[in-house]
Design a protein around this ligand. Structure first.
Ligand code: MG
Length: 159
């Protein structure tokens, strides 16, 4: 049996916050505003995996009203969600993601980000792909005020 999952996230980019993408701190003048560390990529990945398994979503697992998750490292959130997916008997075939980000350039960080996500999930980096697009100067992404992410995954049953 196989299942697909889709995740999406959007975070504002503001000064005075670190830019964390897929668990990697990328030096930049702005970062994601959010209750946790604001890692939009890991949030979209978490939702894709939870959705594929049909066991909930990130808001349900980690309510923004719960002080326990304030300032959380999103790798921890992903690890908790992934453990719940594994518990249901699934394994990951692959994960594919698109980040919409005007600046900075993502390509130099891609390998590190793929390895970072793969290490949280206990899979090979070649099962995880991430590509970036700019906003072509248009809209919130194009003005550098937001980062937007889509993530798609394929799960297969382990037996
Ligand atoms: Mg988020």
């Amino acid at each position: 049996m196989i299942r697909t999952g889709l995740g999406y996230d959007l975070h504002r980019l503001v000064e005075g916050r670190p830019l964390i993408i897929g668990g990697v701190h990328i030096p930049f003048e702005k970062g994601e505003y959010g209750h946790s560390d604001g890692d939009a990529l890991l949030h979209a990945v978490t939702d894709a995996l939870l959705g594929a398994a049909g066991i909930g979503d990130i808001g349900e697992f980690f309510p923004p009203t719960d002080p326990q998750w304030k300032g959380s490292d999103s790798r921890k959130l992903l690890a908790v969600a992934w453990a719940a997916v594994l518990e249901k008997g699934w394994k990951l075939e692959n994960l594919d993601c698109v980040i919409a980000l005007q600046e900075p350039k993502f390509l130099p960080w891609r390998t590190e980000v793929r390895e970072s996500i793969a290490s949280v999930l206990g899979v090979s980096a070649d099962q995880v792909f991430v590509k970036a697009k700019t906003g072509e100067g248009m809209g919130d992404v194009g003005r550098g005020d937001a980062v937007e992410v889509w993530a798609s995954c394929l799960l297969a049953s382990r037996d």
